[in-house]
Design a protein around this ligand. Structure first.
Ligand SMILES: O=C(O)COP(=O)(O)O
Ligand SMILES: [Mg+2]
Length: 226
């Protein structure tokens, strides 16, 4: 029989943690900007813009050109961006090294996995499926699933309800301040990856551990056990 694990529930951020999605997001956002006669944004800018959901991304994309979109035009622009993004095929090479194997290993070791992303839930589910990662996740919570998204603890607590474990038996894994804040507010430890889109030096995020490779996650989880 498998030994019971100290942290049976593991929650993961998506963009910048499991996948390097900036090129695909940039393709869709620049498609929208081009349609509106706006200048494109660079991939480096996209990395700064991702993490607060689709509306913030679109807002930042327009503002980057020096001419912010009037607030009332944002919902239509966001819908168009999401339609363009949904058309971008999933790129298997966008999965960070070691992710599929490590997730498989964690599930085999008895962990239940949840995705907590600020990306819309529908697109997240489709992407997980197309990348072959869908079966690993027993819960998926997106930026539009609940009234509040990360840094609110709500998405994390909602995923934990589905997984059937309390925050005291769970760990969050993410790449930016929203992930750390949400985990803290939910009362759970957090591990940060150093290769994502953190918008500040990753050591300053205040995570319990920082890992440079996703494959180091099982070891980092071990080191959290008191
Ligand atoms: O802002 C987004 O759309 C996604 O961000 P996340 O997967 O890193 O939460
Ligand atoms: Mg992220």
């Amino acid at each position: 029989m498998r030994a019971p694990t100290r942290f049976p529930a593991l929650l993961f951020d998506f963009d910048g943690t499991l996948i390097d999605s900036a090129p695909e997001i940039g393709f869709a956002l620049n498609g929208l900007l081009a349609e509106r006669g706006r200048p494109p944004v660079t991939e480096a800018q996209i990395r700064q813009f991702v993490g607060d959901g689709a509306a913030k991304l679109v807002e930042r994309g327009f503002a980057a050109g020096g001419d912010p979109l009037p607030e009332e035009e944002l919902p239509v622009a966001v819908r168009r961006y999401l339609a363009l993004y949904a058309e971008v095929p999933a790129v298997p090479g966008s999965i960070y090294p070691g992710v599929p194997e490590t997730l498989e290993r964690l599930v085999a070791a008895g962990h239940r996995l949840g995705l907590c992303t600020n990306k819309p839930e529908g697109i997240s589910r489709t992407l997980l499926r197309d990348l072959g990662l869908g079966p690993r996740f027993a819960a998926v919570v997106g930026g539009d699933t609940l009234p509040r998204r990360k840094p609110s603890p709500d998405p994390l607590l909602h995923a934990l309800e589905t997984l059937g474990h309390g925050a005291d038996r769970a760990v969050m894994v993410g790449d930016n301040g929203n992930d750390v804040k949400a985990a803290r507010a939910a009362g759970m430890p957090v591990i940060a990856v150093s290769y994502g889109y953190p918008r500040m030096p990753v050591v300053e995020l205040g995570a319990d551990r920082v890992i440079d490779l996703f494959a180091h996650l099982p070891e980092a989880l071990e080191s959290l056990v008191d």
